[in-house]
Design a protein around this ligand. Sequence first.
Ligand code: AMP
Length: 635
Amino acid sequence: MALLQISEPGQSAAPHQHKLAVGIDLGTTNSLIATVRSGISTVLQDEQGHALLPSVVRYLPNGDVVVGHEALAQQSTDPVNTIASVKRFMGRSLKDIADRAHIPYRFVEGDEGTTKHLLLQTRAGLKSPVEISAEILKTLKARAEKSLGGELVGAVITVPAYFDDAQRQATKDAARLADLNVLRLLNEPTAAAVAYGLDNASEGTYVIYDLGGGTFDISILKLTKGVFEVLATNGDSALGGDDFDHRIYCWVLDKIRGGSSSFTPLSEEDTRLLLTKARQAKEWLTNNHEAQIVCRLSNGVLVDVTLTAPQFIELTQHLVAKTLSPTRKAMRDANLPLEDINGVVLVGGATRMPHVRHAVEEYFKQEPLTNLDPDKVVALGAAIQANMLVGNRSDNDLLLLDVTPLSLGLETMGGLVEKIIPRNSTLPIARAQEFTTFKDGQTAMSIHVLQGERELVSDCRSLARFELRGIPPMVAGAARIRVTFTVDADGLLSVSAHETTSNVEANIVVKPSYGLSEEQILTMLQSSFGAAENDKQARVLAEAKVDAESLLTAISAALKQDGDLLSMKGKQKIIAKMDVLKDLLLEGNIHAGSSGAIREATEALNAATEDFAARRMDASVSRALAGKNLDSLKI
Ligand code: AMP
C-alpha cells in the first residue's frame, strides 16, 4: 500500500493545481520551449509569434545582451560578439575544436583547477559556452513564464544521445545559471519518440532520422517495458540543410557566370544574400514545382533564374544518399534486419524535403511518421516528459529512462580497463566491484576512471583520477576495496571507493576536463569493434605480465624471509626459473605474441616452488605450535 503524504499545516497543494513544467530543445541552430496544456503538448511562441528562437547571443556595446532573431540579424556585421552554434563548444576544451579556421570567434583557454575550459573573448569580457547557453535558456524561460503566467517548477532539457558526461554537465550548469530547475536531461531521439507516443507502445524498435541545418544524426532505439535503449547512433556532423542551400548557390553562380572566367568573386554580403535566396528556394520547392530566384548583386548584376523541383533533386540527390551511409552503419551496429523496425520518426526541418522523405521510405520500406512538425518534435516530447516528472499526469508510472553512451570503468594492473558499467546500461544505475591490493603492505590505491569500449587504458578516454589512502598494511590480495560507480538519471557519474576491513573511504564526482566529440565517440566505438581481436591479445598479454610480476614479487619476498629452508641447489633452481621469466618480461623482449611464453615460464616457476611452499607451510605451523602442549591445542 502506498504511504499517505502529510503536508505542513497551511502548506498543502490545491488538489488540482497544475505545476508549470516545460520541455526545452536547446539546439545548435534554433531552440524551442514547449509545455503540456489541457493534455496537449504545445510549443510556446514569443510575442511576434515565432516558435523557433535562433540559438544566437549578441553582446552589445552598451552592455545589453540580445538573443534570437535580433542577434542573428547582426551576425555578419558583428561576428566576434555574436555567438552562434555555441552548443558545439559545450563541455569542450580548445583542442577539441579541430577546425577553427572558419570560426570567427576569439577562443581563449580557461584554466580552472585541472579543468581546461574553452572561453570566448567578447566585448563583454570572457564568456564560457555555459554562460552563453544560459542566455538562450533565460530567454526561453522568460517566454514561458510570460505566456504561462507563473513560475516554472522545472524543465526537461534535451541533449544529443552521444553527448558525454562533460557536455551533459555543461548543459546542466547552463540551466542552473539561468535559474532553471532541471528535472531531467533527455536524449533528443528519445524525446522525439515520446512526442509520437511511442513510449506508450508495449515494445518496439524505432529509428529517429534527424536532418537539421548543419548536422545529421541517426539513432536506433529499442523500447522495452518503458525503457528506451539506444541500440546504435551514427551521423555526420557536417551534413545538413545548409549543404542543400550551398548546392543551389553554386548552381546560380554557374548560371550567372555563364562559363566566363572573368567574373569577379562575390562580396561577403552578396554571398550571404544569394545563400538566403537559395535557402528560400529550397524551402519553397518542398511544396511547389519550381522556384524563382531573383535579386540584384552589389555589382549591378541582376540574378533571375528558375529552379525546378527535378533540377533541385538532381543537384542534391548525392547529399540525400550521403545520409544513408551512417544509417546503414547504425543498422549494422544494432545488428537488426530492416523488418524489425517498427517505426521511423523524422526530426529536423530538412526532413520536409520530399526527396529526403522518399529516400527514407525506400530504405526502411515503410512510410516515416511525419504528422508532427519535425522542428518541434523534440521540444514536444521533452514537455510531455516534464509534465510527467512534476506529477501532472496520474499515469506517471511509466518514466522514461536513458542509457549510458559508452562503457565506464577503472584502470587495473597492466594498463587494462575493467568495465564497471557497460555501454547502454539503463540510467540511473549503480554498480560496485571489489578490487584488492597488488603489493604486500600497500597503503594507497590510485583509482583511474575511464570511458570507452577498448581493453587498454591508452585506447580509452581518461575521465578522472583519485586516491584511496590509509589502507591498513596487509599482504597483497587481503584488502577488500569496493569501488562503486553511480550514474544519475542525467548521465552524470560519481565514483566512490571503500576499503571494507578498515572503513577507509574516498570518492569523487566525475567532472571530466573536457568532452568527447561526436566523431570521437563514433571512432572509439568503431575502433572497439574493429580492434576486438587485437584488444583480446593485448588483454591476454597484460594479464600474463601481471600474473608473472606478482609471482616474482611474492617469491622474492619468500626467499628473503625463508630462503634458509632451501638447500643451495634448491635455491639456485628457483632463481634460474625466475631469471628466465624476468628475461621474458624485459621491455625489449615483449611482443604481441609473448603471452604464451610468459604463461609457460610462470607455470614452470610456480611448479619449481611447490616444494619450497610446502616447507614454508610446515615451518610456519611449527612456529605457531612452538612452546604449546597438545592439550592447549584441543578445540
Ligand atoms: P533545424 O536545424 O531542425 O531547425 O533545421 C533547419 C533546416 O531545415 C534548414 O536548413 C532549413 O532550411 C530546413 N528547412 C526548414 N523548412 C524547410 C522546408 N519547408 N523545406 C526544406 N527545408 C526546410
